[in-house]
Design a protein around this ligand. Structure first.
Ligand SMILES: [Zn+2]
Length: 213
C-alpha cells in the first residue's frame, strides 16, 4: 500500500467468471451462428434500425423488437485498437486487433477480433468479412474473427480510409493553426490615472448640474 497526501492507493486483482442468460430472443442469434454460420440482425418495427448483437428492445425508441434480418457477414472497420499485452481471457496471444465493425445492413457496430492482417496495416474504413470457427458452440467466438475482404465492394458513402499511423498528424496541424489568443495583461490603474478618472467624473456631474439649473 502506498500512502499519498490525500488518498490511499491499494493494488488489487480482480477476475470474475460469470454466466448470463441470453434469453429466448437473443438465443436465436447464437443458434444462427452455431448451426447456420449466419449473422442475424434484429430490426426495430418503428424506427427500422437494425442492431447487431441483437436486443429485445430498441435502444433508440424502446419499441419491442421481434423481427430478424439476415446480414451478409461483410462490414467495415469503424475503429480499432491493438492489444499488446496477454490476458487469460483473450483467445489469442498478443498483439491482437479488436475492432468495431459496422456490418453491412446494420445500424450498430459489433466488437470483434480482426485477423489476417498485421496490426500496423489495419485501417479505418477497411472492408472485412466474418470467418466462422470450425467448431461452434453457440458463442460469440463462433465467429473466429473478421478478415480483410478485398472482394467486398466498397460502399458509396465510404470515406477515404485513414491510416492509424497518420492520425496524430492532422491533430498536430490543427493545433499549430489554432493559436491561442494571447492572454491580456491585467491593466493596472496607477494612482495618477485613478485621480484623472475621478476628476472627469466630477466634471460630468458639475456639467449636468449646470444644465439642470
Ligand atoms: Zn426503434
Amino acid at each position: 500500500m502506498t500512502e499519498a497526501k490525500w488518498a490511499f492507493e491499494v493494488p488489487g486483482k480482480l477476475e470474475i467468471p460469470y454466466r448470463y442468460f441470453a434469453g429466448t430472443f437473443s438465443s436465436r442469434w447464437f443458434r444462427a451462428l452455431r448451426d447456420e454460420k449466419k449473422i442475424l440482425g434484429c430490426r426495430c418495427p418503428t424506427c427500422r434500425k437494425v442492431f447487431v448483437p441483437p436486443r429485445g428492445n430498441c435502444e433508440r425508441c424502446l419499441s419491442k423488437i421481434e423481427e430478424w434480418v439476415e446480414l451478409p457477414g461483410t462490414g467495415t472497420v469503424e475503429s480499432f485498437t491493438v492489444v499488446r499485452y496477454a490476458e487469460p481471457f483473450q483467445p489469442h496471444k498478443p498483439p491482437l486487433v479488436l475492432a468495431a465493425i459496422k456490418l453491412d445492413g446494420a445500424d450498430s457496430s459489433l466488437i470483434h477480433l480482426l485477423g489476417g492482417v498485421p496490426p500496423d496495416q489495419v485501417q479505418v474504413g477497411q472492408r472485412v468479412k466474418a470467418v466462422f470457427a470450425e467448431e461452434r458452440k453457440g458463442r460469440i467466438t463462433d465467429i473466429s474473427h473478421f478478415a480483410p475482404a478485398a472482394e467486398a465492394k466498397k460502399k458509396a458513402e465510404y470515406k477515404k480510409p485513414v491510416v492509424q499511423k497518420t492520425r496524430a498528424k492532422p491533430q498536430a496541424k490543427v493545433k499549430g493553426k489554432v493559436k491561442k489568443p494571447a492572454a491580456k495583461k491585467p491593466v493596472k490603474k496607477t494612482a495618477a490615472k485613478k485621480q484623472a478618472a475621478q476628476k472627469k467624473a466630477v466634471k460630468k456631474i458639475v456639467r449636468k448640474s449646470k444644465r439642470s439649473r
